[in-house]
Design a protein around this ligand. Structure first.
Ligand SMILES: NC(=O)c1ccc[n+]([C@@H]2O[C@H](COP(=O)([O-])OP(=O)(O)OC[C@H]3O[C@@H](n4cnc5c(N)ncnc54)[C@H](O)[C@@H]3O)[C@@H](O)[C@H]2O)c1
Length: 459
């Protein structure tokens, strides 16, 4: 029971308590209490958004699902290990395949260490550690995946490597097995076309750390069968994830929107603010970290090649100096042994060089402008995604951002946030930046303009 006396401000209307409170007790919503205030509204909105995401309009409820009793994971790196943990946490046996004994031992060692850490905090027993590790079989042979019902590929983000694996899987996997890729941005249709069974191929895009983050982007290829989608959505629930169905495009929903924010963040540091100033604005807005902290955490060398690097971007220059992020003790920030970041004079100097080369004069940029320039392009990209039919509903995009990137729940997600500002204001700001810069990047998309003109929101 929610005790009304605990609430700061309430009144009774038609026998219903209307409470103005910004952080409602979790159980309040289910107890017939109406809560008001923008943060409460956002949380209520999200409560329903999450449930909506499970509904796929063109897949009949009675579509039979495939059985999944055994899973194969290819690659025991950062993602493969975390993905495997999701399975064994709920008692599903997993076979992990690697290319060398060293890589396999390293991957299995990380999994055991993670469980051991959890056990040392008393959250699972030593028996649980042994039982979970005992459900994992390591292998160096892809052919050991022949009896798996679901195979998830999590190797390097390289199209040729992935295609080769899927071609081989085509001749190894049993009939009816679901073949999934954890690619973050590659064209799933091209991967599926490497097999003779594209109907069985789907994207299962886990977020890092894969054993922790709640989101699973389920990527529907142009030929993915409906029962494969239905099975994947249910399977997500079984491994305690929240699934959102998305279509094929570079970066799918989450990363495609993220790319626009990263592009603006890079532009901003050429114009005056330093990485820590941009990060602070995003952090103060409520995200767990800003764009530069995020890059340092992920590693600046994702997609960077030492052999071909020509120092053409700030990122290239940092990687060339072995400032490849937290893992090397330096990236956009310097890190101490406890990974505490401090702004770096070296980075400031490099940014200054690039800004001078680009003929940019440093200017004072307000926090409000930083925020708008990081967030509004994401809203515009979200609208394009809806316009192109690559997400079913705006609220699905919000679920991606809350569960995949830590968007603050009390702001509902980027699309809900846009509704709360007013789409006309977002369009006006985009047009103003477009006018100032002459850059097409800022062009508001058709759907966003139409909704703004109609005076409605995304819902
Ligand atoms: N790291 C992230 O934050 C993240 C998030 C979401 C998705 N992803 C995607 O997940 C995939 C894996 O990324 P990662 O960060 O785990 O990479 P990683 O480099 O940590 O691990 C890749 C592993 O695959 C192994 N491998 C390579 N070729 C192989 C083959 N033919 N057979 C078996 N194993 C092979 C490598 O030895 C390595 O251990 C990529 O497609 C990436 O885009 C990464």
């Amino acid at each position: 029971m929610v005790a009304l006396t605990d609430m700061a401000d309430y009144q009774v209307e038609d026998g219903v308590a209307v409470i103005t409170i910004d952080n409602p007790p979790v159980n309040a919503l289910s107890q017939g209490v109406r809560l008001t205030g923008p943060q409460s509204a956002a949380q209520q909105y999200f409560f329903f958004a999450e449930r909506q995401a499970a509904k796929i309009p063109d897949i009949p409820r009675d579509t039979a699902e495939r059985e999944i009793n055994k899973v194969g994971v290819i690659g025991a790196g950062t993602m493969g290990g975390g993905i495997a943990m999701n399975m064994v946490n709920v008692g599903i046996p997993v076979t992990i395949v690697e290319t060398s004994q060293d890589a396999l031992d390293r991957g299995l060692g990380v999994i055991r260490k993670n469980y051991q850490n959890t056990a040392s905090k008393g959250r699972i027993s030593q028996q649980d550690v042994e039982r979970r590790c005992g459900l994992i079989t390591g292998s160096l042979e892809l052919s050991d995946l022949a009896d798996c019902d679901l195979i998830i590929e999590a190797v390097f983000e390289n199209m040729d490597v992935k295609k080769e694996i899927f071609t081989r899987l085509d001749s190894i996997a049993k009939a009816g097995a679901i073949l999934a890729s954890n690619t973050s941005a590659l064209n799933l249709n091209e991967i599926a076309a490497a097999t003779s069974r594209p109907q069985d191929v789907i994207g299962l895009h886990f977020f890092s750390p894969a054993n922790v983050m709640k989101l699973l982007e389920v990527v529907r290829g142009e030929k993915t069968a409906k029962d494969v989608i239905k099975t994947s959505m249910s399977f997500a629930k079984r491994i305690r994830k929240t699934a959102v169905l998305v279509g094929v495009c570079p970066g799918f929903v989450g990363n495609r929107m993220l790319f626009t924010r990263q592009a603006q963040a890079q532009q901003l540091i050429l114009e005056g603010p330093l990485p820590h100033q941009v990060d602070k604005v995003i952090y103060d807005f409520g995200l767990p970290m800003g764009p530069f902290q995020m890059s340092d955490l992920a590693g600046l060398d994702i997609g960077w090649n030492k052999e071909t690097s020509k120092g053409e971007t700030i990122r290239d220059r940092l990687c060339e100096l072995d400032r490849r992020g937290q893992k090397t003790g330096a990236g956009y920030y310097d890190y101490d042994e406890k990974r505490k970041p401090t702004p770096s004079p070296v980075v400031e100097e490099i940014i200054h060089e690039f800004a001078t080369q680009a003929g940019m004069g440093s200017r004072e940029i307000s926090d409000e402008e930083i925020l708008q320039r990081c967030i509004y392009p994401m809203i515009n990209e979200g609208a394009k995604i809806l316009q192109e039919g690559l997400a079913i509903r705006a609220s699905d995009i919000d679920v991606v951002w809350v569960y995949g990137y830590g968007w603050p729940l009390y702001r509902g997600g980027p699309m809900h946030y846009a509704n709360s500002i007013g789409l006309d204001k977002v369009v006006a700001a985009l047009r103003q930046y477009q006018q100032q810069t002459g850059d097409e990047f800022w062009q508001p998309c058709k759907l966003l303009v139409e909704l703004a003109e109609q005076g409605v929101g995304f819902s």
